[in-house]
Ligand binder design. Structure first.
Ligand code: AHR
Length: 530
């Protein structure tokens, strides 16, 4: 009895104390309604990018003579890590590189391939690795290829010939040339982008929106006449610098090319330049704002289009990542260009980029993390080994688990304002209001709901009720968490501070409760019964 009395007393004291210190503040809430859908998740959002830049190709995926490489020169350890990313679509060969790339230099007998000055990143390009080597690597990766043609210094006929070389079975000159080179079957490359960042003054062969649209239209026409099955991606503008007018570029390009292209490409790099954690981890919301802005342009153009039966135009975020440390001076050129090292806060930003793609699954159908190895990359290799960067882990979790129909999730969590902050790209700035500490997306796939949660809070776990508005959780869960000792924790050779951990979760019925740890990304796969 006494014990009971003491226990009850302790509860009363505890309750009073709790009121004072706010322990019993309402839990955050995530409501899942299986009928509130956004769109199908296109697996092509789990893409990546191999540009001839720094040590991405040479000394990255390809290192002939290295004991860690196979007989073709592909690094076996790197390939194993690449496979873990389940890369759906790999963009090649650039980037800025492509705007002065002659694809014919990179095919045929190696001894005949010319070495060229590579002007985008100030290196020598041996052309030892080209179209066919990439296609062999793509097969090993299990990825679909996504080629970019040179609309900078290249001609529309060169672009057309590349499609003939890769996609036409036999007959015309370039198809026969491929066969002479030992590739009897066509590569059947479906996805082609019409140039890269052609709005940027840094781009070799930079054009105005009007001139680009004319050139892209004619190149696309010739390429499609050569292989009607291909899909085309127009170069959009992501150049949101003060004084630039990216939306005007995008409007012109969508208007002019709406009956030719299938996607509009956008790019985004962010960085924590002012060491302002809370603004940085909110920065993927800017990508989401831009997605909606461009979706509006597409909707408006399609509304005016006469052909109501034409396929929709989707958005391809075909370059995104964190890039600010290796962004000036020598870090931009030569052999070790763009060798950014990542920490935990970067991994949280990647998880939020992926959440943003899921939340916009109706219109974002392609996304490519830039890039694959060494160059702003999830995998970092030296001659004698490699390690997985922090950003590898959320990418791998999404690409291996998050499929199905994207759900419009209701999230109720505490919020914050960022105030004005540098986005990390040149002079671009943002100011975000009401940023929820919990960044959430979810999909419904088979009999499972997959819930992806970034807890942006630096210090506090957030206890959250996850409510099934229809059906019930059966009690079977798989839970994965990406986390580390602190937000600046990095990985290195022989040192793994940030990785994926398996967690457990108990509960069933229409409500489960989970505490999302501070500065973490959690993926919950929950079986549901409708
Ligand atoms: O990914 C690095 C570079 O960033 C790409 O070459 C270019 O397209 C972008 O500006």
């Amino acid at each position: 009895m006494k014990l009971k009395f003491i226990y009850a007393g302790a509860i009363i004291v505890g309750l009073e104390l709790a009121n004072v210190i706010g322990v019993f503040a309402q839990n955050a809430r995530i409501k899942i309604d299986l009928d509130r859908t956004i769109g199908e998740v296109d697996e092509k959002i789990y893409g990546n990018f191999v540009e001839h830049l720094g040590r991405n190709v040479y000394g990255g995926i390809y290192d002939p003579g290295n004991p860690l490489s196979d007989e073709k020169g592909f690094r076996k350890d790197v390939l194993e890590a690449v496979k873990g990313l389940n890369v759906s679509l790999t963009r090649y060969p650039g980037g800025n590189f492509v705007s002065n790339y002659q694809w014919l230099d990179g095919v045929g007998p190696r001894e005949d391939r010319p070495t060229r000055l590579e002007l985008a990143w100030n290196r020598l390009e041996s052309n030892e690795f080209g179209t066919n080597e990439f296609m062999e690597y793509a097969k090993l990766m299990g990825t679909q290829p996504y080629f970019a043609v040179n609309l900078g210094t290249g001609t529309i006929e060169e672009a057309r010939r590349w499609v003939e070389y890769t996609n036409v079975a036999s007959g015309p000159k370039y198809a026969e040339l491929r066969k002479e080179h030992g590739y009897t079957e066509p590569h059947n490359i479906i996805y082609w982008s019409l140039g890269n960042e052609m709005d940027g003054p840094w781009q070799m062969g930079h054009l105005s929106a009007e001139d680009y649209s004319k050139k892209a239209r004619e190149a696309g026409k010739l390429m499609k006449l050569t292989d009607p099955s291909i899909k085309l991606v127009a170069a959009g503008s992501s150049n949101f610098y003060p004084g630039a007018d990216p939306m005007q570029w995008n409007k012109v390009v969508i208007d002019e090319l709406k009956d030719v292209v299938d996607y509009l490409a956008l790019h985004m790099y962010v960085g924590n330049v002012d060491d302002d954690y809370y603004s940085f981890v909110a920065s993927p919301l800017v990508l989401e704002q831009r997605t909606r802005l461009v979706k509006g342009l597409i909707d408006e153009a399609m509304h005016r289009a006469e052909r109501a039966d034409r396929d929709p135009i989707y958005i391809a975020w075909d370059e995104y990542n964190i890039w600010y440390r290796w962004r000036t001076g020598d870090a931009m050129t030569g052999e070790r260009a763009l060798e950014e090292r990542y920490n935990l806060e970067d991994a949280l930003v990647i998880a939020s980029f992926l959440n943003a793609f899921i939340r916009n699954s109706d219109v974002v159908k392609i996304a490519n993390m830039a890039q694959l190895v060494n160059v702003i990359a999830p995998i970092f290799a030296e001659e004698d080994g490699m390690f997985l960067q922090t950003i590898y882990h959320p990418m791998a979790l999404f690409a291996n688990h998050v499929f199905g129909t994207a759900l419009d999730v209701y999230v109720d969590s505490e919020k914050y304002d960022t105030g004005d902050f540098a986005l990390g790209m040149g002079e671009q700035r943002a100011d975000l209001k009401d940023v929820p500490y919990l960044d959430v997306s979810a999909t419904y796939h088979g009999d499972e709901v997959i819930i992806n949660v970034v807890n942006r809070h630096k210090d506090k776990a957030i206890t959250t009720d996850i409510i099934a508005q229809e059906g019930a959780f059966t009690g079977e869960f798989e839970v994965y968490e990406v986390n580390g000792p602190d937000i600046k924790a990095e990985n290195d050779f022989g040192k793994t501070n940030v990785e994926t951990m398996k967690k457990s979760l108990k509960g069933k019925g229409d409500k489960i409760t989970y505490s999302f740890p501070a500065h973490s990304f959690t993926l919950i796969k929950a079986k549901v019964q409708r």
